[in-house]
Design a protein around this ligand. Structure first.
Ligand SMILES: [Ca+2]
Ligand SMILES: [Ca+2]
Length: 438
């Protein structure tokens, strides 16, 4: 491989890792690690940054908490004795400074100055001069990366068939306590034990639930038929008839039993249907769309809060934030219990009608249940703490859904609340929103 490419790769890895807090533990097997990094280098030489990242992550997953560039440099050192202690310290210092520039939205000029210094070190290590063009490329790449991961940035990807996908919002990395404490009103045992989860990788999540219009574009392009339309397992979708909720033949996302506009959340879609839509969006955009993990969902829903409800613990505020079983619905079904406020909507509401949370996300609570990737587990004993999906053990036929619905009472729309359905289950209260890897 050309030396310049290798150099740039090292800097890329340095940059990427500056954004991701990882430990410093050595790999168990440096030889295998080296092969993995060679794969990453090869991908980088082809300007395939997605594969480059994937390979770096593979190495990280394989060896637990490692710091790829430092490991990489150690490998180089072992094979060529290129690096002195002094060089190492300089690299570490520059890495930290880079991270700081990025955190503080450093101006391109400062990043470029920084890049120059980094290049000087690498020039010394690799015994050939870096060019001005190389500095510029590094700085450009770094600032692009920084922009891509900027929390709060929103975007819509163009679709191959024309039009755009759902609006996505970049969520900051961070830690939170997942689940609820004993004593929270409405709490179920499945919400414990409360445990700390760290989301170390930025991701994007839909600002809104996927709408009838969004889903309609998918169906129009593919003639996809949902589980409800194919009568998988049961006929139709769970809707209400004569005051009873039941599977009703002929009901589907197009016939939910109540009138829906295109900007209302799609319902009567199963977990399988949600995956099919995510896969289609991925092929249409070249990005990786997927369901959020359960931890990502709760982290995004809480948006920095630890209260039962993200808007605080005042139930009177509910109807400004959530479409749920309120006085509007009670006027139609007076025999059922309802919250005391009036949110103005009986069934599903157009997405974005109610106030967003601190991350700018609407309808995380109420409106429709939202499928997440994870399999159902009865509680959080042994749950992952890194924000990944829990897809091992217990019953993977059951998938988790979150946030409660337009038919929910207050305890059903808490941040920690959990529910489940089989992967083919569908109902007029269930939909989803998507996440995207960045
Ligand atoms: Ca309502
Ligand atoms: Ca919702």
């Amino acid at each position: 491989m050309h030396q310049t490419t290798k150099l740039l790769f090292s800097l890329l890895a340095l940059t990427l890792v500056a954004l991701v807090p990882v430990g410093n533990t050595m790999a168990q097997n440096p030889v295998i690690a080296r092969f993995m990094f060679e794969d990453a280098e090869a991908a980088y030489a082809k300007k395939d940054y997605v594969t480059t990242l994937a390979k770096l992550e593979e190495a990280e997953q394989e060896f637990g908490k490692i710091n790829p560039p430092i490991l990489y440099l150690r490998i180089m050192a072992r094979h060529g004795s290129l690096i002195t202690k002094e060089d190492f310290d300089t690299i570490e210092r520059l890495r930290e400074e880079t991270a700081r520039y990025l955190r503080d939205y450093g101006e391109l000029e400062s990043v470029r100055d920084h890049a120059r210094e980094v290049y000087q070190v690498f020039t010394k290590l690799r015994k050939y001069p870096a060019t001005r063009a190389e500095y510029a490329e590094y700085a450009k790449h770094e600032s692009e990366l920084r922009e891509r991961l900027r929390p709060g940035r929103s975007f819509r990807d163009s679709l191959g068939v024309g039009g755009e996908g759902p609006e996505m919002v970049v969520i900051p990395t961070g830690s939170f306590m997942m689940g609820s404490q004993p004593g929270e009103a409405g709490r179920k045992n499945s919400e414990g034990p409360q445990h700390k989860v760290t989301i170390a990788r930025s991701f994007a999540i839909g600002r809104y639930e996927v709408t009838v219009g969004d889903f309609g574009r998918f169906v129009a392009a593919t003639a996809y038929r949902t589980d409800a339309e194919r009568n998988v397992g049961r006929k139709g979708c769970v809707t209400e008839k004569n005051g009873k909720m039941q599977y009703l033949e002929g009901s589907s996302w197009l016939a939910t039993g109540f009138r829906q506009e295109v900007n209302e959340p799609v319902t009567c879609v199963s977990w399988n249907d949600a995956i099919a839509y995510a896969d289609w969006l991925s092929t249409q955009t070249g990005k990786r769309y997927r369901l959020p993990t359960e931890a990502e969902w709760e982290y995004a829903a809480r948006a920095g809060t630890q209260t039962a409800y993200y808007w605080g613990d005042d139930p009177d505020q509910t109807c400004r934030h959530v479409n749920l079983f309120d006085q509007a619905l009670k006027r139609k079904s007076p025999e059922w219990a309802a919250v005391s406020c009036d949110d103005g909507v009986i069934y599903t509401a157009e997405v974005g009608r109610y106030m967003p949370n601190a991350f700018g996300l609407h309808d995380m609570f109420g409106n429709v249940f939202e499928w997440v990737e994870d399999c159902w587990h009865e509680n959080y004993e042994g749950a992952p703490t890194d924000g990944s999906a829990w897809t091992r053990g217990d019953d993977c036929g059951k998938r988790v859904k979150r946030g409660g619905t337009w038919l929910a009472l207050l305890p059903g729309v808490r941040s920690a609340g959990r529910d489940w359905g089989s992967a083919a289950a569908r109902s007029y209260i269930s939909g989803f929103r998507l996440a995207q890897d960045l």
